[in-house]
Design a protein around this ligand. Structure first.
Ligand SMILES: [Zn+2]
Length: 196
């Protein structure tokens, strides 16, 4: 079959004719540039645009901080780091009540190990509060810190309020305890977002 390609009148085809050295070089450069842009976008998407859920947990124990649970998870569970992205402290282990610590997992935007659901672990942000809320209420300062942190994340990553869930709302577990009312948390986050 004959090619129907014809040079337009007046265009100096000789310099960029198909198969010529310059033509090949130009296409290689365009290809490389496209690959670079694609990989930059993929990296940005993975770090900043993949978040679909916020999952809330409790530690089921009234002591500890980031380092404490990091060691516990690494030594006892054999994980590479703490299971969560953020931890909201309760005042033990030299912390302040409501103090938020960010883990290496979040710094690297890695998936977390907080549920048995691969999808939610990969595309969800895991927040844990230090405390056993099956046994007692959430201290108001800690609850306030939780609502504030969730609101910031939901706003930044465009996560709808109904995708803010407690661990037990997706799996058969008591986490984050019967005293942590997720419907109330969602309402408080919704109010906070509306005020902004
Ligand atoms: Zn949990």
């Amino acid at each position: 079959m004959q090619s129907s390609w014809k040079p337009a009148r007046g265009v100096p085809v000789a310099r960029t004719r198909r198969g010529g050295r310059r033509w090949r070089l130009r296409h290689i450069l365009i290809g490389l540039l496209a690959l670079l842009l694609l990989s930059l976008f993929a990296r940005y998407w993975w770090r900043e645009m993949r978040w679909r859920w916020i999952v809330v947990h409790h530690t089921a124990s009234d002591i500890g901080n980031m380092e404490y649970y990091r060691r516990l998870h690494m030594e006892e569970r054999g994980w590479s780091d703490i299971a969560y992205h953020f931890i909201i402290n309760n005042g033990t282990h030299n912390t302040a009540v409501g103090q938020v610590e960010e883990s290496n997992l979040w710094h690297d935007r890695s998936g977390n190990f907080s549920t048995r659901n691969w999808y939610v672990n990969t595309f969800g942000i895991a927040i844990v509060l230090v405390g056993n809320f099956e046994e007692h209420d959430v201290p108001p300062v800690q609850k306030e810190a939780l609502v504030k942190l969730i609101a910031v994340l939901a706003d930044r990553y465009n996560i709808p309020v109904e995708r803010i869930i407690g661990h037990r709302e997706m799996q058969n577990t008591r986490c984050p305890g019967r005293h942590l009312n997720m419907a109330e948390i969602r309402l408080l986050v919704y109010d906070q977002l509306r005020q902004e």
